[in-house]
Write a protein that binds this ligand. Structure first.
Ligand SMILES: [Zn+2]
Length: 350
């Protein structure tokens, strides 16, 4: 294994134990030159795949960059896997889907995920990385431990979603609850999110057999109230910050597919309206049990709010459970893609 930085290079046998303190790199057991210790960027390369010994313990193709976090300094450094798109996509399929689902589902997911990543690569500005390996972007597990992911990535190699010649972000979620969100409502008001392929599918629900198609779950009502007020304070919404004891939550303001876009939070003193898309984040920031979707409604009874919800995730674009249902009824990946991204083109980009 080689570690490169500041125009210097050292060769190691065995693992490289890299740390960074007060702007200086160190590698256990090695004296680094000043140029190497004080650079912002180390590269770790090897002739074989690299295993990163964090809590995930995953193995990666390509190489690893360790980049100092300078602005803002969230941690000492970021660990970035620099990897070819063809070797990245199998690790997304293995992170996002279940082994044994139909190949057509994997192929549709590969086209969506490749488009999402390619779009992020094209539009990255000041960050040192393109995508996270979590659901905040799309889950990526490095080299998959099973073969279907690699095979289905290969079968769709270079295929991306385009609109008027441009690659578009292939948003997807686990289960749309039967009615799609639009990217404009659920992701943001960028012009790209207003194009027809990202306005959501029509037609009948395909994901009715998904475990989270409809769900019901309970939370302590006081804690939910505190979480919503704290978010109101953080985001400068005075009416939300001063919300009284919550009585109920009601979905409202449906989009053209019939999926609500907002929630009325009905409290003893007032009613405030928030966006559906904000509520799961409010729950996670307050360390409450995960809220699977912002499409919810519920009432408080004896200090507990019981929520009835639909779907899992933001509900924009491809619905993974719906795709698997279509595949199990014989649909090919292109048909699945055309259903979830109306009027989109599938283009061979490389
Ligand atoms: Zn769905």
């Amino acid at each position: 294994m080689r570690v490169l930085g500041g125009n210097e290079e050292i060769t190691l046998t065995g693992p490289a134990n890299i740390s960074r303190r007060r702007g200086v790199w160190s590698i256990r057991g090695h004296d680094l030159s000043h140029a190497m210790a004080s650079t912002n960027d180390l590269e770790v390369r090897a002739d074989t795949a690299l295993t990163v010994s964090d809590e995930k313990g995953r193995t990666y193709k390509g190489f690893i960059r360790c980049v100092a976090d300078t602005d803002p300094p969230r941690a000492d450094f970021s660990v970035i896997n620099v990897v070819d798109m063809n070797e990245y996509i199998p690790g997304v399929l293995a992170g996002e889907l279940y082994e044994g689902w139909h190949d057509a589902t994997f192929e549709a997911q590969a086209i969506a995920a490749r488009s999402y990543a390619a779009y992020e690569c094209e539009h990255r500005k000041s960050r040192s990385w393109d995508v996270l390996d979590t659901p905040a972007s799309q889950v990526y597990v490095g080299i998959p431990t099973w073969k279907q992911a690699g095979r289905c990535a290969k079968a769709t190699e270079g295929l991306v979603l385009t609109w008027k010649g441009d690659i578009i972000p292939g948003y997807f979620s686990s289960c749309c609850g039967g009615r799609a969100a639009t990217a404009e409502d659920a992701v943001g008001p960028n012009p790209i999110n207003k194009i027809p392929p990202l306005r959501g599918h029509g037609g009948i629900a395909k994901c009715v057999d998904a475990p989270k198609y409809r769900w019901s779950d309970g939370w302590d009502a006081d804690r939910v109230g505190r979480a919503i007020r704290a978010w109101g304070r953080r985001s400068g919404q005075k009416d939300v910050a001063s919300l009284g004891t919550i009585k109920s939550i009601r979905p409202t303001d449906p989009n053209k597919h019939g999926r609500p876009t907002h929630l009325d939070i009905i409290a003893r003193n007032t009613t405030v309206t928030i966006r559906c898309v904000d509520l799961p984040g409010v729950f996670s920031e307050a360390n409450l049990k995960m809220l699977s979707s912002g499409w919810v409604g519920g009432d408080v009874f004896k200090g507990k709010i019981t929520m009835n919800g639909r779907g899992f995730g933001h509900g924009v674009g491809l619905c993974q459970y719906g795709a698997e249902s279509m595949a199990s009824h014989g649909s090919a990946s292109r048909k699945i893609i055309k259903f979830y991204y109306p009027d989109v083109n599938i283009t061979q980009a490389w």
